[in-house]
Design a protein around this ligand. Structure first.
Ligand code: SD4
Length: 340
């Protein structure tokens, strides 16, 4: 039987199924049985576990990757115990909490905010920039004005704990990023007191339709110069998605990520055939090659997911963790590989 006849005949054997029935099926069956795609969400650091769980609520019901990543990273944004993302984040050296975030979908649409003050969910403002404006990026007062015009409430993001840490910092005013400050368990072994000075969530998801999405949100380096913007809101640096290939996100000292257009580089390396882990490693090595002295004293980590749902990570230094969530393993936390 030729292929066309075979397809025609087998189509006749398949009972017609309505959209509503497909929706009901999705709720009861593992998604791969319906769409033959294994959805997955991965994100940086230990707090990625809780964030992934919330993203999974969207993915496991057949939702879009872009909706999943927005929902997922809102969790650490709202958690005031996390002093490096959203509300409760450490302020800049003048005492202002200012947030950077970006989001990108499978069609190449993207939105971003930088140096946004007074709004907890920077990621949702970035999403709105993507959905409602002809632009990619809004910064500072303009970003806040746009958010307020679109219903976001102004809030005080500076918690007493972060204010206290800032006042402590003011006594010496030393600005030196501390390696692996992101991973609290790891950092606690090496650091006296509460000195976590940078930490970002980058999240990548593949949905049941085979589409990728990503989000990245942070309060940036603690006690940074006023107006300093890191890699996290910069498309290509802190985050990049190419639906033909895969997605990547970065964490660590943003200046080095920007200099190497890190996430874009990782995706391009995957396009050339590297696995996610190989691509992340090569991007890290690029940073070392350009600035070997700087690289010894800082942390940069990349996380990547390809179109097939394969994932990997690599960091400059030990201690980089990331969380993975799919139908088989939820909440898995892996210690990423490192160069030093
Ligand atoms: C920044 N990349 O603002 C962010 C900080 C970070 O883990 O990721 N820390 O440079």
């Amino acid at each position: 039987m030729d292929r066309r006849k075979f397809l025609k005949n087998s189509a006749l054997l398949v009972p017609a199924i309505s959209a509503g029935e497909i929706y009901e099926l999705r709720k009861t069956l593992p998604i791969r049985d319906v769409f033959n795609v294994h959805p997955i969400v991965i994100s940086t650091w230990d707090f990625g576990i809780a964030a992934n769980k919330d993203a999974w609520q969207v993915l496991s019901h057949g939702g879009l990757a872009i909706d999943a990543v927005e929902k997922g990273v809102r969790t650490p944004e709202a958690d005031i115990r996390i002093q490096t993302i959203g509300k409760g984040g450490f302020p800049d050296r003048d005492g202002h909490v200012s947030l950077d975030a970006c989001i990108m979908d499978h069609l190449g649409n993207c939105g971003s905010v930088a140096a946004l003050e007074g709004i907890t969910h920077a990621i949702s403002v970035a999403r709105m920039v993507m959905d409602k404006t002809p632009h990619v990026m809004l910064v500072g007062e303009g970003a806040q004005q746009f958010a307020r015009e679109n219903g976001f409430e102004l809030e005080n993001l500076l918690t007493p704990e972060s204010e206290k840490a800032w006042k402590e910092w003011l006594k010496e005013k030393k600005y030196k990023p501390i390696i692996n400050i992101e991973n609290k368990t790891f950092a606690a072994e090496r650091l006296p007191g509460n000195q976590y000075n940078h930490d970002t969530i980058g999240m990548l998801a593949l949905d049941a339709h085979g589409n990728l999405g990503g989000a990245c949100t942070t309060s940036g380096m603690a006690f940074k110069m006023r107006g300093r913007v890191g890699d996290s809101p910069i498309i290509g640096a802190g985050l990049y998605i190419d639906n033909e290939v895969g997605g990547a996100t970065a964490t660590g000292v943003g200046e080095e990520v920007i200099r190497n257009v890190g996430s874009f580089l990782v995706v391009e390396l995957m396009r050339q055939g590297r696995s996610p882990e190989e691509a992340c490693r090569e991007a890290v090595e690029r940073i070392i090659h350009k600035k070997p002295e700087t690289a010894k004293d800082i942390q940069v980590g990349f996380l990547a997911l390809n179109k097939k749902g394969e994932y990997g990570a690599y960091a400059l230094q030990k201690g980089f963790s990331y969380a993975v969530c799919n139908t088989e393993k939820q909440d898995l936390l892996i210690n990423g590989k490192c160069v030093y």
